[in-house]
Design a protein around this ligand. Structure first.
Ligand SMILES: Nc1nc2c(c(=O)[nH]1)N[C@H]1C(S)=C(S)[C@@H](COP(=O)(O)O)O[C@H]1N2
Ligand SMILES: [Mo]
Length: 423
């Protein structure tokens, strides 16, 4: 393996964080890094997998391996996505705190392999921070950037996970050592495997000339300096931070915990008819159109037809308890009633295998139209809802009519429906 040689830094440079043995508490050792890293890895993997589910469900043809039952499946996966992402924030901060002394390690690069490892860490840290910051700001619906959130968050997720896999592979020996090492053993020198090789030079000594270490060189340990914080205190503080973040935000989807939902932007019980609003009729610019007395639902198909709200009310009515599960993390059950979508499709003479498109009378807007795959369109629980909790829909929930289907992301539950097209 090619070795890179760096000049020995002059003594006057080896001060402060660059001093040898500057970081000698167990907060910076391999064991702490391995333990916090494991928790962070679990949080990231959970967020990645649930994020994939969310992404796939929003495609025109969601893969069949994602079931549409139980009806709260997306409520669960997306709640888990946002919860694990939020929990990753304190974990990432703790992990960065644990390993930041390595920024000052000398030599900065010891081999091609080490250089690649450092590049992968750079990608990993940048990607992780990007994902957590954009995810958090999306939860509070603040978009201080010019790019589209959804595709960017998705692409950076793949890059970050790639770098994570490289990182775990490269660090596997260090992780294994971190897990093996008894608690009483001393801390690893921040320079790690590539550190200066004299075991414990006096502070005043000139760093000695380096002999090239081999890749298999054993790690060098320096005893933790007496009086430094213990690993246990860092792990406890990190665990407490994760607990607080989780407890104060999870109430946005776990309804019985909404009493402690202090940090989440949405209380799932606040909103017209007890259901929060993602975008109001005023924000969507449909406040007048929604009350247009000449409104008629249009169904396009082999036998197209139109129905007024009164005529829709005379068709057989069904009730379904289904959640609205917003990608931003909040979710709540509603008791919806109205006409079954499949009854409307049958009346229009649609083939059972046809996908459909739903068009809102909202003029612009990202979610003014949706495509619905046949499985959902034919689902007996999928409704063109006219009522919520036995009351006519409030205009903010989509009056005169909106779509509600089981197991679908909130963004696809189109409000203010104008037209249903058989594709
Ligand atoms: N036409 C239209 N439908 C829409 C939206 C929208 O902006 N326009 N927002 C969607 C989003 S993101 C969610 S989470 C749900 C929220 O439904 P609610 O406001 O009735 O709770 O509506 C969906 N339907
Ligand atoms: Mo949403």
């Amino acid at each position: 393996m090619a070795r890179l040689t760096f000049p020995t830094p002059p003594g006057w440079l080896r001060r402060g964080p660059l001093r040898e043995g500057a970081f000698r508490s167990s907060l910076h050792d391999e064991r702490t890094a391995a333990l916090i890293g494991t928790a962070l890895g679990i949080a990231f993997t959970t967020a990645f997998l649930t994020g994939l589910i969310s992404h796939e469900l929003q495609l025109r043809h969601p893969p069949t391996w994602i079931p549409d039952r139980p009806v709260w499946i997306y409520r669960f996966t997306q709640g888990l996505h946002v919860t694990s992402g939020l929990a990753a924030i304190p974990l990432l901060l703790a992990k960065l705190w644990t390993v930041y002394p390595r920024l000052f390690a000398w030599p900065p690069l010891s081999s091609i392999r080490h250089a690649l490892e450092r590049v992968s860490i750079l990608v990993l840290v940048a990607g992780a921070i990007f994902q957590l910051v954009t995810g958090l700001l999306n939860v509070i619906q603040w978009y201080p950037w010019a790019f589209a959130f959804v595709p960017t968050h998705y692409q950076v997720a793949w890059i970050t996970v790639g770098a994570l896999i490289v990182h775990i592979a490269v660090k596997a020996p260090a992780i294994a050592r971190g897990y093996r090492r008894p608690i009483t053993q001393p801390a690893l020198d921040p320079a790690g495997e590539s550190g200066l090789e004299s075991p414990e030079p006096p502070e005043s000594a000139e760093p000695s000339a380096k002999a090239p270490a081999t890749d298999a060189a054993p790690p060098r340990f320096l005893a933790p300096r007496p009086g430094t914080a213990s690993r246990r205190s860092l792990l406890t503080a990190t665990g407490a931070a994760v607990g607080v973040v989780t407890l104060t935000t999870i109430g946005q989807s776990v309804t019985w915990l909404r009493g402690v939902d202090l940090l989440a932007p949405r209380d799932p019980s606040v909103g017209p008819q007890g259901v929060p609003i993602n975008r109001t009729a005023a924000q969507a610019g449909v406040q007048t159109t929604a009350f247009d007395p000449t409104w008629q639902l249009e169904v396009d198909g082999p036998r197209p037809f139109q129905l007024t709200l009164a005529q829709l009310g005379q068709l057989p009515q069904y009730e379904a308890v289904l959640p609205i599960s917003c990608v931003e993390g909040w979710s709540v059950n509603g008791s919806w009633s109205g006409v079954r979508l499949r009854d409307l499709l049958d009346r229009a003479g649609a083939r059972p295998g046809a996908d459909i498109r739903i068009v809102s009378f909202e003029k612009a807007g990202f979610y003014a139209t949706t495509t619905m795959p046949r499985e959902y369109a034919r689902d007996p629980l999928t409704l063109l809802a006219l009522r919520l909790g036995r009351q006519p829909l409030s205009v903010d929930h989509g009056y005169p009519a909106r779509i509600i289907a089981p197991g679908r992301p909130g963004v696809l539950q189109t409000k203010w429906v104008q037209r249903i097209e058989v594709l």
